[in-house]
Ligand binder design. Structure first.
Ligand code: THU
Length: 160
């Protein structure tokens, strides 16, 4: 038997430590929460996606009375980016949630389905996507989607 560890590097920062590019994608995620439709969970999530053509795309969670028909902020933003800028590479994604009008104390951690979609965007881009998970005061920065979805299933597994 062999035991191996999975290690993830997380950079924990405050707003002032971000680059201008990181600040703009976090700001887009904050603004995106305003477009959230969450009458069931009252949990308003926003995602900002920076593309290599300079565009910043916003997405928010869109719920439905038939609960599984709704979708998360990250997928709304990434699918919008894919549909409207199919040639562009995703460079960064920032995610934040607000509840009862305040950004949450805990960083917003993406669900498994969104991590899988981020992995596909990263595969499409051919280079690592930086992921910024935000709370009211802190930002957890991951260099790549791989850290959030170790041993993830991608195109290479289809051809293995
Ligand atoms: N949600 C997101 O939009 N992104 C996440 O990262 C976590 C969860 C949404 C789905 C649902 O509308 C609400 O938050 C509560 O789960």
């Amino acid at each position: 038997m062999e035991i191996t560890n999975i290690v993830a590097k997380i950079m924990i920062c405050n707003q002032n430590e971000l680059t201008e590019e990181q600040k703009s994608v976090v700001e887009a995620a904050k603004i995106a929460t305003l477009g959230s439709y969450a009458p069931y969970s009252h949990f308003n999530v926003g995602a900002g996606v920076l593309l290599d053509n300079g565009e910043i795309v916003k997405g928010s969670n869109q719920e439905n009375a038939a609960y599984p028909s709704g979708t998360c902020a990250e997928r709304t933003a990434l699918f919008y980016a894919g549909a409207n800028f199919p040639q562009a590479k995703v460079k960064k994604i920032a995610i934040i949630a607000s509840h009862n009008g305040d950004f949450t104390e805990k960083v917003c951690s993406p669900c498994g389905a969104c991590r899988q979609v981020m992995l596909e965007s990263q595969y499409r881009a051919g280079e690592p996507i930086e992921v910024l998970l935000c709370s009211k005061d802190e930002i957890y920065i991951f260099d790549s989607v791989d850290a959030l979805l170790p041993l993830g299933f991608d195109y290479s597994d289809l051809n293995a």
